[in-house]
Design a protein around this ligand. Structure first.
Ligand code: NAI
Length: 301
């Protein structure tokens, strides 16, 4: 089987100064990609900044014979996002790949969560994905090629105690990728989602050391790199990876019940059928799903 390579490709990896982003950047560079290593260099909760983290990873890539350029802008402003894309365009003339990976945590039980903790998490994870991907997407559209990976979390898929802000933000990127799938299709732009689990400074105090040792970021990066490759033909899909496991997650809808004479009691009486996931369906887009309800309305006359 031939090796998957990224020669001639230009990749932006946000939050690549440590953890998963660093591993993604090192892997892509080792397979020939020119990589913009973006990192604000702040702390785990999003405060502070510095150039050290991005510089170190660029050094590592160069020492291994790869090509990389550092970028220190925050993803949480539109100017920052544009500047990150400009770093790629100035250094390498184009953008083929964006991995929106930068992230922070501000965990608190919901009743104690502050508005600032909510807004900051959305600024980095949700707006931070938009800020970088939109200017990159415009350029990819012109070039007729692009690979985008956004980063969710099992907290975004399934919820997690103390993470109302983070889990909501991580769910937001699912809808984002589904729409980029539709808008990018004509231009050979694929947008997929990764839900990683790995040892990093974000998880160092939530899992015991023996578990962390087995959860190396390097076990997630090949999944992300595959999604960034020319060979990847799927789009709008969610992949869960960690510890050597990789799977696909998806949103399904039950076959449901058609109740022309809809009443509160009819909902109660049909609840088993409504929630029965036997034969559940996955839809390609919002329009396809709404057909189901239009057909029910038609049947009801
Ligand atoms: P990490 O803290 O090692 O890496 C995140 C990087 O993003 C840091 O280097 C940080 O400086 C950078 N960053 C933060 N705010 C930034 C900003 N405004 N602009 C640019 N860079 C910024 O954490 P880790 O674990 O590698 O996280 C990577 C991504 O994976 C995050 O989006 C995280 O939410 C997600 N994730 C990680 C999981 C895990 O098990 N480690 C689980 C689920 C999701």
């Amino acid at each position: 089987m031939s090796e998957i390579r990224f020669d001639g490709r230009v990749a932006i990896v946000t939050g690549a100064g440590g953890g998963l982003g660093r591993a993604h950047a090192l892997l892509l560079a080792s397979r020939g990609a020119k990589v913009v290593v973006n990192d604000l260099g702040g702390s785990r909760d999003g405060t502070g900044a510095g150039t050290n983290m991005a510089d170190q990873v660029v050094e590592e890539i160069k020492r291994a014979g790869g090509e990389a350029a550092p970028d220190y802008h925050g993803v949480d402003t539109y100017e920052g996002g544009e500047a990150i894309v400009k770093t790629a365009l100035d250094a390498y003339g184009k953008v083929d790949i964006v991995i929106a990976n930068a992230g922070i945590l501000r965990d608190r039980a919901f009743h104690n969560l502050t508005e600032e903790d909510w807004d900051k998490i959305f600024a980095v994870h949700v707006k931070g994905s938009f800020d970088v991907i939109q200017p990159a997407f415009r350029s990819m559209r012109q070039n007729g090629y692009g690979r985008i990976v956004v980063t969710t979390s099992n907290a975004g898929l399934y919820g997690n105690f103390g993470q109302a802000n983070y889990s909501s933000a991580k769910t937001a990127v699912l809808g984002f990728a589904s729409t980029l799938e539709l808008e990018g299709a004509k231009y050979n732009i694929k947008a997929n989602v990764i839900a990683p689990v790995a040892a990093s400074r974000l998880t160092e105090d939530v899992m015991p050391p023996p578990a962390l040792e087995r959860l190396k970021p390097e076990l997630v990066s090949p999944v992300v790199a595959y999604l960034c490759s020319e060979e990847c033909q799927v789009s709008g899909n969610i992949f869960t990876a960690g510890g050597g496991y990789v799977g696909r997650a998806a949103i399904f809808e039950s076959k449901g019940a058609v109740i022309p004479d809809m009443t509160i009691e009819a909902v109660r009486d049909n609840f088993g059928k409504i929630t029965d996931m036997t034969g559940a369906e996955e839809f390609a887009n919002a329009f396809e799903e709404v057909q189901k309800r239009l057909m029910a309305a038609q049947a009801a006359g």
